[in-house]
Design a protein around this ligand. Structure first.
Ligand SMILES: Nc1ncnc2c1ncn2[C@@H]1O[C@H](COP(=O)(O)OP(=O)(O)OP(=O)(O)O)[C@@H](O)[C@H]1O
Length: 365
C-alpha cells in the first residue's frame, strides 16, 4: 500500500500543495515553521480522521479561507482508491472515490499511517491519559472494532457523570452502572489483549536497541482475566468508590482512569527513566506497533516521522533507519537537515523543500 498523489488545498499554511511521492522514502525539508509538519498532519488526518495535534477542524482551514481540502490517491494491491476530506467551519466531510461517506468506520483503515513525533516521547513521563491514548490509538488501528467499543464506554461514562453531577439516586444510577461495567470490562480486555501481543515484541526490540544491556516492560494495571472476571473486578471498584462518587459528582473508577505503567530495568520509566530510556522505550513501542500492524492488516502502513533527528541519538537513529531500510513500506520524514537525512543509506529518496507553505525545490538548493 502506498500513496501515489497528495493534494493539500487551503490546509493550515499550505495554499495549494501537490506531491507525487516516491514509493519508499520521502523527505519534507526546510527551515522551521514553513509547513512540513502541516503536510504530515494532512497525511495523518487522511488515515485517522483526527489531528495528532488535537486541533479542531476549524484550525486546519487556512486563515481567512472558507474551506480546506485534502485529497489522496492510494494504491493497494494495484487498485487505486481516492480519499478526500473537506473542512468547512466546524464541519468535516469525507469522500471515497468521489462518493460521500456517512460513517467514519468506512473511511478509517483505507490509509493506515503510523506517526512518530517528538511530542510522543514525553508521554512516558506525562499524565496517564497520554499513555492510555498511545495504547488505544495503536490498538484501534489494528482492531477498528475496539474503537466502536471504546466509544460505547465513553458515551455511557458521560451519561453516568451527568447523573452523578445532578445528584441522582441509586435506582436511577443502577442501569448505567451495569452498562458501564459491561463496556468498561470490554475496553480493558481489548487493551490487555492488544498488549499481550505487542509487549513481547517491544521487549525484544528494546533489548536490541540497548545491545542487550536493559529490559523494558509495559503493565496494564488491572490483571488479565476473562471478561466475566474483569466485570466482577470493575463492579467491586465501583462499590468501593460509590460514596465518594456521589460527593464529587463523577465516575472515579474504570478504564478512563487506568494508568498503564512503562518499566525499564524493573523501575518506573515515568519516575526514574532518563531521557534516553524514554526515547528508547518509545522507539521500541512504535517499532513493535509497526511490525504488529503489518502482520494484522497484511499491508505496510505509511510511516510519518516528524523531525526525529533532535530526539534520537546516533545509535538509536542507526537502529531505526536500519529497520526502515529492511521493510518495503513508504516513509515521509520531516527535517531541517536534508543532507543528514540523505546519508541514511536509502536508494530511492525524493525530497520536497517546503517554504512558506509552498513546495519550491529550486529555492532550497
Ligand atoms: N490555519 C492556519 N492558517 C495559516 N497558517 C497556519 C495555520 N495553522 C498553522 N499555520 C502556520 O503554519 C506554520 C507552522 O507550520 P509547521 O508546523 O508545519 O512547521 P514546520 O515546517 O514543521 O516547522 P518546524 O521545523 O519548526 O517543526 C506556522 O507559521 C503557523 O502559523
Amino acid at each position: 500500500m502506498y500513496l501515489r498523489r497528495l493534494v493539500l488545498h487551503n490546509f493550515r499554511n499550505l495554499e495549494h500543495v501537490e506531491i507525487l511521492p516516491d514509493r519508499r522514502f520521502n523527505i519534507l525539508w526546510g527551515a522551521n515553521a514553513q509547513g512540513k509538519t502541516n503536510i504530515l498532519e494532512g497525511l495523518y488526518l487522511l488515515g485517522h480522521l483526527k489531528s495528532f495535534r488535537g486541533s479542531p477542524g476549524s484550525d486546519m482551514i487556512r486563515r481567512k479561507m472558507p474551506a480546506g481540502r485534502l485529497f489522496a490517491e492510494v494504491m493497494r494491491d494495484s487498485v487505486l482508491t481516492t480519499i478526500e476530506l473537506t473542512f468547512r467551519g466546524q464541519q468535516k466531510s469525507a469522500r471515497i472515490n468521489g462518493k460521500p461517506v456517512s460513517k467514519s468506520s468506512e473511511f478509517l483503515g483505507l490509509f493506515p499511517t503510523i506517526l512518530f513525533s517528538p511530542e510522543e516521547v514525553g508521554l512516558a513521563r506525562g499524565y496517564p491519559a497520554g499513555r492510555r491514548a498511545l495504547i488505544d490509538r495503536a490498538a484501534f488501528q489494528a482492531e477498528p472494532l475496539f474503537l466502536e467499543r471504546a466509544r460505547a464506554y465513553q458515551r455511557c461514562l458521560q451519561q453516568r457523570n451527568q447523573l452523578l453531577k445532578e445528584g441522582c439516586d441509586a435506582s436511577q444510577l443502577s442501569p448505567w452502572n451495569e452498562n458501564l461495567i459491561l463496556t468498561g470490562a470490554r475496553l480493558r480486555l481489548d487493551r490487555i489483549t492488544y498488549l499481550q501481543r505487542l509487549v513481547p515484541q517491544l521487549q525484544e526490540i528494546y533489548r536490541q536497541i540497548t545491545a542487550g544491556q536493559e529490559e523494558a516492560d509495559l503493565h496494564y494495571p488491572t490483571s488479565a482475566g476473562t471478561e466475566k472476571e474483569l466485570r466482577e473486578g470493575f463492579r467491586k471498584e465501583l462499590e468501593q468508590v460509590a460514596v465518594q462518587e456521589r460527593r464529587l459528582g463523577r465516575t472515579l473508577a474504570g478504564p478512563h482512569r487506568d494508568d498503564p505503567y512503562f518499566l525499564v530495568g524493573g523501575h518506573s520509566l515515568r519516575q526514574y527513566g532518563s531521557q534516553g530510556q524514554q526515547r528508547s522505550f518509545m522507539l521500541a513501542f512504535k517499532t513493535a506497533q509497526i511490525i504488529d500492524l503489518e502482520k494484522i492488516i497484511g499491508q505496510q502502513p505509511v510511516l510519518l516521522l516528524d523531525d526525529m533527528t533532535g530526539e534520537l541519538d546516533r545509535q538509536r537513529q542507526d537502529f531505526f533507519f536500519q529497520f526502515l531500510r529492511s521493510r518495503q513500506g513508504q516513509v515521509f520524514v520531516t527535517t531541517t537537515e536534508l543532507q543528514a537525512m540523505c546519508n541514511k543509506g536509502f536508494d530511492d529518496v525524493r525530497s520536497f523543500c517546503v517554504i512558506k507553505g509552498s513546495l519550491n525545490n529550486d529555492a532550497c538548493q
